[in-house]
Ligand binder design. Structure first.
Ligand SMILES: [Zn+2]
Length: 491
C-alpha cells in the first residue's frame, strides 16, 4: 500500500508568482531597519493557520513567513524551527489597510497628530496613510521637515498628496514630483468656507495640464461639487433656518446633483488634458451614476467613497458631531455607494479622517457654524467589516478596495496592498466574529469621541504586523523604538 502523497495546497496562480513575481526594483528595496523586538533580530516570524485574503485572487488557508520587514514566502504547512511562530487559526490575515485620505495638523498641531492619529490607525488595522498637506505657501520650505517628522514619529507609513491652492505651488508641481516623489495633487472645485478656497475652471485646467505633463504615474485628486450650486442652496436654507441644528438641512445645502455636475465637468476636462483624476469621497447616488457612465468611456477616472458614507445615513439619530462635507445622505444614497463598490464603479474607500474633539466641534450649536471634520481612521476597518456582508460585498472584495486598489492607483503596488513574497510585511489579523463596542478608547485617537460611538460592531482587528513587528495595544509603545515608519516616495 503506497502512502498517499500529500500535495501541499498552493493555488496555481501562486506557483507562477513564486518564481516570477518579485521584480528587480523590489529586490533592490532595502528594509528601513532590521527588527529587534518580537521577533528578535534576524528571526523569522511565521503566521500559521490563517485564512489569507489575497486581493484579486481569493481567500486561501496559507501560512505566511516574514523575514525582516518583508514577506518571505506564503504556502501551506510552512515550517521553520527557528522562527517565532504565531497561530491565528480561524482568523483572517489581510494586507495592511491603506487609508488614502487623511488630514493631520488642521485643528491641532501636526507634531501631536502624527503620533496620536497614526497610533489610532495602526491599532485598528490601517498601516499606510495617504496624507493631505495644505496651505497656500510653497511647500519647498516645509517638506523636508514634515518628512523627517513622519520618519521619526509616525506609526504608519505615509505618502503625501499636496493640495495646490496658489499659482506658485502650481508652478512648483514638477519639483514636488521629482524631488520628493509626490505623484498626487489635490484641488477643491468647491472650497470649505473659512478653510479652503474653491478654484475656478481656468486654474483647474492649468493644474490638469501640469499634472498630466508629469506622465502616467501622476494623478489629480478632486473634491468635486459645484461651488455655485452649493452656495445657492446654502444661502436659501440659511436664510429660512438661521438657527438650524438639522443634518438633513445640511444635506440639502449640498445637493447631490452639485456633486454629479462637478464630476461630469472635471471628467470632460480630463479628456481635454489627458489627466488622470481621482475623485475623493463620492457621497451620493447621483454622483455614482455619473461615475458609472463616465468610466465606460474614460479609463483615466478613479473614484473613492468614504467609510462614514457607507456606514451612516440620515435615518439614524445623529447630532452635529456628524456634520461633514459632503454631508451624510439618505439610505438610498448609501445603497448606491455599496452597489458602486460591487460593480467597480467605486475603486477605493478612504476615511477623510480630520481629528477634532467634541469641544472643537460643538463650539457652536448652530448647524451653519459647526466646523466640518471628524475622526474616522480608528473605526474605518471595523465599521466596514461590520457592514459589508449585510450590504452584499464579500470580505475579499472589501479588502481589495481598502488595500490593493489604493496601492495601485497611487503607485505603491505590489510593495504595499497585497500579501505576496517580496511585499512589505504589513498584515492585519482580523477576527470576523469578534463583537466589540466602538469607543474613543478603541479608536485611540486624540479625539474624545468616535464615529459609531456606543455601537457594537462585529469584525475587529486583533493584531497588526507592521514592518514585520507583531503589535498589540500593549506592545505598541514598547515597540516604538524598534521600527521606523517610512515616508513613501513614489518615483
Ligand atoms: Zn478630505
Amino acid at each position: 500500500m503506497g502512502e498517499e502523497k500529500k500535495t501541499p495546497f498552493i493555488p496555481d496562480f501562486f506557483r507562477q508568482i513564486r518564481s516570477t513575481f518579485v521584480p528587480e526594483w523590489l529586490k533592490a528595496v532595502k528594509p528601513a531597519t532590521a527588527p529587534s523586538v518580537s521577533p528578535s533580530r534576524g528571526q523569522a516570524l511565521l503566521v500559521k493557520g490563517g485564512h489569507c485574503v489575497i486581493p484579486h485572487k481569493g481567500i486561501f488557508p496559507l501560512d505566511v513567513k516574514i523575514q525582516g520587514t518583508k514577506i518571505d514566502s506564503i504556502g501551506e504547512n510552512l515550517s521553520d524551527p527557528h522562527a517565532l511562530t504565531v497561530e491565528v487559526r480561524g482568523n483572517y490575515v489581510i494586507p495592511g489597510v491603506i487609508d488614502p485620505h487623511v488630514h493631520l495638523g488642521i485643528f491641532t498641531d501636526f507634531d501631536t497628530e502624527i503620533v496620536t492619529e497614526t497610533r489610532s490607525a495602526l491599532l485598528n488595522g490601517v498601516t499606510t496613510l495617504g496624507l493631505y498637506l495644505g496651505g497656500e505657501d510653497s511647500y519647498l520650505g516645509k517638506l523636508d521637515e514634515i518628512i523627517a517628522k513622519i520618519e521619526k514619529r509616525s506609526f504608519c507609513d505615509v505618502f503625501i498628496h499636496l493640495v495646490i491652492l496658489s499659482r506658485r505651488q502650481l508652478e512648483e508641481v514638477p519639483v514636488y514630483y521629482s524631488r520628493y516623489g509626490i505623484t498626487s495633487f489635490k484641488t477643491y472645485m468647491c472650497g470649505i468656507p473659512g478653510l479652503i478656497p474653491e478654484v475656478e475652471d481656468d486654474f483647474l485646467l492649468d493644474l490638469m495640464e501640469k499634472v498630466s505633463s508629469l506622465g502616467p504615474s501622476a494623478i489629480l485628486n478632486i473634491h468635486a461639487e459645484n461651488y455655485r450650486i452649493v452656495q445657492r442652496a446654502t444661502e436659501k436654507l440659511k436664510k429660512a433656518e438661521p438657527l438650524s441644528e438639522s443634518l438633513a438641512e445640511w444635506e440639502r445645502s449640498h445637493p447631490a446633483f452639485a456633486e454629479a455636475e462637478a464630476i461630469q465637468r472635471a471628467a470632460f476636462l480630463s479628456k481635454e488634458t489627458g489627466v488622470r483624476i481621482y475623485f475623493v469621497h463620492v457621497s451620493s447616488g447621483k454622483g455614482i451614476q455619473s461615475a458609472r457612465d463616465l468610466k465606460q468611456k474614460n479609463k483615466n477616472l478613479f473614484f473613492e467613497t468614504s467609510s462614514p458614507y457607507l456606514t451612516l445615513n440620515l435615518e439614524q439619530d445623529l447630532d452635529l458631531l456628524y456634520k461633514m462635507v459632503p454631508p451624510i445622505r439618505s439610505r438610498e444614497d448609501q445603497k448606491a455607494l455599496w452597489d458602486g463598490l460591487a460593480d467597480d464603479t467605486v475603486d477605493t474607500i478612504g476615511s477623510d479622517h480630520t481629528p477634532m474633539s467634541s469641544g472643537q466641534k460643538k463650539a457652536s450649536v448652530n448647524l451653519w457654524d459647526v466646523p466640518p471634520g471628524y475622526p474616522a481612521v480608528g473605526t474605518h476597518l471595523p465599521s466596514l467589516l461590520d457592514r459589508a456582508a449585510g450590504n452584499g460585498l464579500p470580505l475579499a472584495r472589501l479588502i481589495e478596495k481598502m488595500s490593493a486598489s489604493p496601492a495601485k492607483i497611487f503607485g505603491l503596488y505590489p510593495w504595499k496592498g497585497t500579501l505576496l513574497p517580496g511585499s512589505d510585511a504589513d498584515l492585519v489579523i482580523v477576527d470576523p466574529n469578534l463583537k466589540k463596542e466602538a469607543t474613543p478608547q478603541t479608536a485611540a485617537s486624540r479625539s474624545d469621541y468616535c464615529l459609531h460611538q456606543g455601537r457594537m460592531l462585529r469584525g475587529w482587528p486583533v493584531a497588526v504586523i507592521k514592518s514585520g513587528q507583531w503589535l498589540t495595544p500593549d506592545s505598541l509603545e514598547r515597540a516604538r523604538d524598534s521600527f521606523r515608519a517610512k515616508y513613501l516616495r513614489r518615483i
